[in-house]
Design a protein around this ligand. Structure first.
Ligand code: AR6
Length: 204
């Protein structure tokens, strides 16, 4: 279980009566991001993000894992959504998942060849998912490494896009999101994010 950010904030605030300290902790972006290695379907958060395809009717990779763990009601709701364009996002319930919602987004198909459009589309996946989250009062959200599996977006450039886009979004929406979890599955991504997280979100 991911520790509750509010619990952390409360204990930090109560250990120091200065209200300025509390404000500083709440405003610190590095307090709002975490790295987790493992299966995203196990996370008890408001929403997990699915790296889906334009049909939204399931597939392999993390998409397959999410549909298996959520159950057939997820596919039934997805059938009503009329698909999703690359770079956009749609929301469903989480059903049998510990997460309340699933935000389905469709990453670009890179397959080794990267163009500026791929980068824009990948950034748009993170932005659209976060925007949809705030519109639905979702305060904790976990992302897989969108497009880096079957869709072949190289791992390190993908992490750069993910971290840049999440950072920019959090800067503008500090009060709306409590935590973004980068849920990596592979050791290669764990190493990349572990190194980069401190660069992008330095401790004050
Ligand atoms: N939890 C977290 N991450 C996972 C899990 C999991 N249970 N399983 C895999 N990953 P991919 P894409 C990681 O291929 O590249 C599907 O068929 C995986 O190691 O799932 O965006 C869709 O229907 C990788 O780091 O998504 C689309 O057709 C990351 O999730 C297509 O694949 C993304 O890999 C989308 O391809």
């Amino acid at each position: 279980k991911i520790p509750s950010l509010m619990e952390e904030l409360k204990s930090k605030a109560s250990s120091n009566d200065e209200s300025s300290e509390e404000i500083q902790v709440k405003n610190s972006l590095c307090e709002k991001v975490s790295l987790y290695k493992g299966d995203i379907t196990q996370l008890e958060v408001d929403a997990i993000v699915n790296a889906a395809n334009t049909s939204l009717l399931g597939g392999g990779g993390v998409d397959g894992c999410i549909h298996r763990a959520s159950g057939p009601a997820l596919l039934a709701e997805c059938r009503e959504l009329g698909g999703c364009k690359t770079g956009q996002a749609k929301i469903t319930c989480g059903y049998d998942l510990p997460a309340k919602y699933v935000i389905h987004t469709v990453g670009p198909i890179a397959r080794g060849h990267l163009s500026p459009n791929h980068k824009q589309d990948l950034a748009s996946c993170y932005n659209s998912s976060l925007t949809l989250a705030t519109e639905n009062t979702i305060r904790t959200i976990a992302f897989p490494c969108i497009s880096t599996g079957i869709y072949g977006y190289p791992n390190e450039p993908a992490a750069n896009v993910a971290l840049t886009t999440v950072k920019e979004f959090l800067k503008k929406n500090r009060d709306k999101i409590d935590r973004v979890i980068f849920c990596v599955f592979l050791e290669v991504d764990f190493k990349i994010y572990k190194r980069k997280l401190h660069e992008f979100f330095p401790k004050d």
